[in-house]
Design a protein around this ligand. Structure first.
Ligand code: ADP
Ligand code: ADP
Ligand code: MG
Length: 668
């Protein structure tokens, strides 16, 4: 049977590495493409050859399809795998590949086009008899008409950019009065991000679930579905945790949804891997599903399907693209056990999930069974596109890695997930790892009480959590310092005569900053060698041993096993219970440095400046919107921190700025 000799992977990061892994296993050569920022990226080393295609911004490289096609021709590739994002759902690109005599590893351009615009795909699905969410998906975009339609549908409604994706370009509206403003904001984001401001309006389902069906078609007219995934745990309409099978799914509903998904695929003569997303309402009488959209590509969360079916979906994509029939028929497909995926992202859950950037100074993963095809149950799998020392830049997606676990039951998978997350140690940038643990541990998730409002509903136990606490953090930092000195001096620090030996016992002062507050601590050692940590009015007996597993601490009778990393003054502490960081203040170094931060305005995250709402000389009051920034997938408004007068605007709309960049100055 025909198979490609060489493919070009028109993507970066984890998905490029993922595709390369299967290609390698199938003895297919791979060509990577890369931008300036990715010259040294993991996906480049994962491929046999690599071609530089331009600047760091996606529009200068990964979206430049003419260059990508030229690279494929120059390297003699037979086919192009687009991954997800970037060009994966670009019908022009799919067509251009075909025109250049290259196989696009994905559906035909016509199917991408048919499903590309949400409104048009809904009109098509309506004809195919697939159930739709009540709403308006017409082409007339007159604002007055849209308002009337929203009023007719009844609030709350959801305005969606028809060309949208990645959770972007959506606005929930609660009342008729709010509609006009939400529409304008949605259209602005839509035109900025997708170059098309057409919207559709849907009834905003209450506490719905997101359940999607993996489908596959081949060029011989065969279709199958590979069961469902539940992706209800979301923030800002973006998936956080995904699992398969969907808890509570009945065999009858699975079959109905599977058939609806296959009907959707058939209606557009779909070929390759695709996902049909449904919104599912849960009522006393059971679950009702409605078509939401079809993603005409491999999905981020495809590994959970691989984990329960034992199949390699990239291999299926390659076979189908090479003209082979689907490897299995519907009746031959089996499910086994339960799989969960967590998206590990560089972001700040406690600060509205703003994207974070930085260098992976420490990047330790749980021990995992590496991804291999059906060679036995996969317990823990990591798909990533980074290595320790790599930077997470503002140019691309904030996803660092995907962690996938499998168990015989959901309970087993849950335990594995929590354990594996506790073994993910990342230092150098902020991530959602601890947040993910809190979600996994939450009552709702543990009980599989899933819906898209899970995160807001469980907010009290998800955000601003501290599982390690001040005393243990201080103890870990103190011990870290002592151990560091010990290894440096190869002598017991208490034996030194440098002035902290008093009255026969020894003691030493430390100063820390923990969650923004300064904390004084004293470590004392009595004649008999026992240690005591003094922290305000607490006196806590302390014992420790440093082992290869980490630091074994016993503080006030409680035992902890911790891993600690120090970067500059900051000690990062990881344990089974959670993770935290504490800063050791070097009092001498900091004496007299009072930082003045008044009257300036900085970017809260790396991103693009969309617009300024003010100009130099304007008088503004506290809380007034000054600028709009766009980062990754969302717009963020920057509001005045205090009353004042705008002195100078330092950037122009369209500029890419780094986190902390001063956007404008204000006179007091
Ligand atoms: P899924 O594969 O589960 O649908 P997302 O919807 O989050 O996942 O999209 C997958 C990835 O594709 C995202 O992480 C993002 O990088 C990219 N992506 C999706 N839609 C867009 C878009 N409209 N613009 C830019 N990137 C997108
Ligand atoms: P995207 O292309 O950005 O993935 P989707 O149409 O798939 O856009 O919607 C993304 C998410 O928004 C869904 O997973 C769901 O959580 C939420 N959502 C979409 N439509 C509705 C709706 N009608 N009611 C409630 N939530 C919805
Ligand atoms: Mg979607």
């Amino acid at each position: 049977m025909f198979m490609f000799k060489k493919i070009l992977i028109a993507n970066r990061g984890e998905i490029a590495c993922r595709v390369a892994a299967t290609a390698r296993r199938m003895a297919i050569k791979t060509v990577a493409v890369y931008s300036d920022a990715d010259a040294d990226a993991k996906h480049v080393t994962a491929c046999d050859e690599a071609v530089h295609i331009g600047g760091s911004a996606p529009k200068d490289s990964y979206l430049r399809w003419q260059r990508i096609i030229a690279a494929a021709k120059a390297t003699g590739a037979d086919a192009i795998h687009p991954g997800y994002g970037f060009l994966s759902e670009n019908e022009e690109f799919a067509q251009a590949c075909a025109d250049a005599g290259l196989v696009f590893i994905g559906p035909p351009a016509s199917a991408i086009k048919a499903m590309g615009l949400k409104a048009e795909s809904k009109r098509l699905m309506e004809k195919a008899g697939v159930p739709l969410v009540p709403g308006y998906h017409g082409s007339d975009q007159n604002p007055a008409l849209l308002q009337r339609e929203a009023d007719r549908i009844g609030y709350p409604v959801l305005i969606k950019a028809s060309a949208g994706g990645g959770g972007k370009g959506m606005r929930a509206v609660d009342t008729s009065e709010d509609f006009a403003a939400a529409l304008a904001s949605c259209q602005r984001e839509a035109i900025n991000s997708f170059g098309d401001d057409a919207v559709l309006i849907e009834k905003y389902a209450q506490r719905p679930r997101h359940i999607e069906i993996q489908v596959f078609g081949d060029t011989h007219g065969n279709y199958v579905h590979l069961f469902e995934r539940d992706c209800s745990v979301q923030r800002r309409h973006q998936k956080v945790l995904e699992e398969a099978p969907a808890p509570g799914m009945t065999e009858a509903l699975r079959q109905q949804m599977g058939e609806a998904a296959v009907a959707a695929a058939r209606a557009v003569q779909y070929v390759g891997a695709g996902t049909v997303e449904f919104i599912v309402e849960q009522r006393a009488g059971g679950m009702t599903f409605y078509f939401m959209e079809m993603n005409t590509r491999l999905q981020v969360e495809h590994p959970v399907t691989e984990a329960i079916t034992g199949l390699d979906l990239v291999e299926w994509q390659l076979r189908v693209a090479a003209g082979q029939p689907l490897p299995l028929k519907q009746a031959q497909l089996r499910r086994q056990g339960h799989a969960i995926e967590a998206r590990i992202c560089a972001e700040t859950p406690d600060n509205q999930f703003l994207p974070a950037t930085g260098t992976l100074q420490v990047y330790r993963q749980p021990v995992c069974t590496r991804f291999e095809r059906a060679d036995g149950p996969i317990h823990v799998r990591i798909d990533d596109g980074v290595r320790e020392g790599d930077a997470i830049s503002p140019y691309y997606d904030s996803m660092v890695a995907k962690l996938i676990v499998h168990g015989d039951t959901r309970e087993q998978a849950l335990v594995r997930m929590d354990q594996a997350l506790s073994e993910c140690h990342i230092v150098g940038l902020q991530t959602n790892v601890q947040f993910l643990r809190h979600v996994v541990q939450s009552q709702s998730f543990a009980a599989a009480d899933l819906d898209t409002a899970l995160i807001p509903r469980e907010a009290d136990v998800l955000f601003n959590q501290e599982k390690i606490g001040l005393p243990v953090a201080v103890a870990a930092a103190v011990v870290f310092t002592l151990e560091q000195e010990k290894s440096r001096e190869t002598a017991d620090p208490f034996s030194r005569t440098d002035g902290w030996c008093l009255h026969g016992s020894t003691q030493r002062r430390f100063e820390f900053e923990f969650h923004g507050e300064s904390q004084a601590a004293q470590l004392a050692r009595a004649h008999d060698g026992t240690l005591q940590l003094a922290l305000s009015d607490l006196r806590l007996p302390l014992q420790y041993t440093a082992t290869v597993q980490g630091l074994q601490l016993e503080l006030d009778g409680e035992r902890w096993l911790l891993q600690t990393y120090r970067r500059g003054e900051v000690v990062h502490v990881f344990g089974a219970q959670g993770a935290t960081q504490i800063t050791e203040i070097d009092l001498l170094a900091h004496a007299g440095v009072a930082q003045h931060e008044g009257g300036r305005l900085t970017a809260p995250m790396p991103g693009k400046v969309v617009s300024f709402q003010v100009k130099a000389g304007d008088t503004v009051s506290q809380g007034q919107p000054l600028a709009v920034m766009e980062a990754m997938k969302m717009e963020h408004t920057i509001a005045a921190p205090a009353d004042g007068v705008v002195a100078e605007i330092l950037y122009a709309p369209g500029d890419q700025v780094l986190e902390g960049a001063e956007l404008l100055t204000m006179a007091a």
